[in-house]
Design a protein around this ligand. Structure first.
Ligand SMILES: Cc1cc2nc3c(=O)[nH]c(=O)nc-3n(C[C@H](O)[C@H](O)[C@H](O)COP(=O)(O)OP(=O)(O)OC[C@H]3O[C@@H](n4cnc5c(N)ncnc54)[C@H](O)[C@@H]3O)c2cc1C
Length: 265
């Protein structure tokens, strides 16, 4: 690990003021960033630890959905009564991330800013048509994830919260990579106010919507309809954990299981 300055401000304004310069990064739970720095895959001159900014941890709800602070941990989301009532699929997604240490340290903001291609939260954000709030603007989920570990965030832009509209029916099913518990393939299916949305993680460089499955589920919201879709292998990841053909087939299988889970609620 290379040397760096460390600051732990107590307010958003102080955090934003400290986050100047191209080599400055926000630190959430450190679950990705610290590991990358230890391996010298990432270098920062200054880390601005958001752990002291209490209002970034808030979770609020009304009938239309939930707004979750960027620093809410996965464990906090998984156990929150409003999230469990309004968006049980999201609570289950958070409760299925990694292991207890990761869930107690990792955060919503850190997960989506990191945009790991196999992370779970990006699928929930995209399928539920969430809105990402930053210190500068709001960003629609469809415009947020732009590539491998890439997002629409600008340098120094701070995610403050994410608003998830309540869905009529939703579920997330992942086929876990057994060592890391990241998604080998994860599919989040949601019946939203704007129609059926299906987001897939673990399959490509970034999370994406599976239009063919969305179209099939718009005609018939059944597990069989999802399973019958043959996903193309274009741009699908292929590695020692699974070929592109295997992953493409698993997208339809996980989607069908997600539909079955959504219908069983
Ligand atoms: C062993 C292990 C297993 C895991 N398993 C899973 C899994 O099954 N599913 C899954 O989805 N994830 C998994 N993760 C990832 C985990 O969910 C973390 O959320 C993720 O690593 C991000 O960590 P963090 O929140 O601590 O953010 P950090 O590591 O602190 O930060 C990550 C990045 O986000 C930036 N950032 C953080 N907060 C903000 C903000 N508010 N605004 C702007 N930028 C910000 C940082 O600058 C950094 O670039 C796993 C991680 C580990 C170590």
């Amino acid at each position: 690990m290379y040397g760096f300055e460390y600051q732990r401000p107590a307010s958003r304004d102080t955090a934003k003021a400290a986050a100047t310069g191209a080599d400055t990064r926000y630190l959430a739970g450190g679950q990705s960033l610290i590991q990358a720095m230890r391996l010298r895959l990432s270098q920062s001159a200054r880390l601005v630890d958001l752990g002291g900014v209490a209002d970034l941890k808030a979770i609020t709800a009304d009938a239309s959905g939930v707004t979750i602070g960027a620093m809410a941990t996965h464990a906090a989301v998984a156990s929150n009564a409003d999230v469990k009532r309004l968006l049980p699929a999201l609570a289950e997604l958070a409760g299925g991330i990694g292991d207890p240490m990761v869930r107690n340290m990792g955060t919503l903001g850190g997960s989506i800013a990191n945009a790991d291609p196999a992370a779970c939260y990006p699928a929930g954000v995209l399928a539920l048509n969430a809105t990402i709030h930053t210190d500068r603007r709001t960003i629609a989920a469809d415009a947020f994830f732009t590539g491998l570990y890439e997002t629409a965030l600008q340098p120094g832009e701070l995610i403050t919260a994410v608003t998830f509209p309540a869905a009529q029916k939703a579920a997330y099913i992942k086929y876990k990579q057994p060592a890391s518990r990241f998604a080998l393939i994860g599919v989040f299916v949601a019946q939203t106010a704007g129609g059926v949305r299906v987001a897939v993680t673990g399959a490509k460089a970034a999370v994406f919507r599976a239009k063919a499955i969305e179209d099939a589920l718009t005609k018939a919201f059944t597990a069989d309809a999802a399973k019958a879709v043959k996903m193309p292998t274009d741009d699908i990841n292929s590695d020692l954990h699974g070929s592109a053909e295997y992953r493409a087939a698993m997208i339809s299988v996980m989607a069908s299981r997600a539909v079955a889970a959504a219908l069983a609620r």
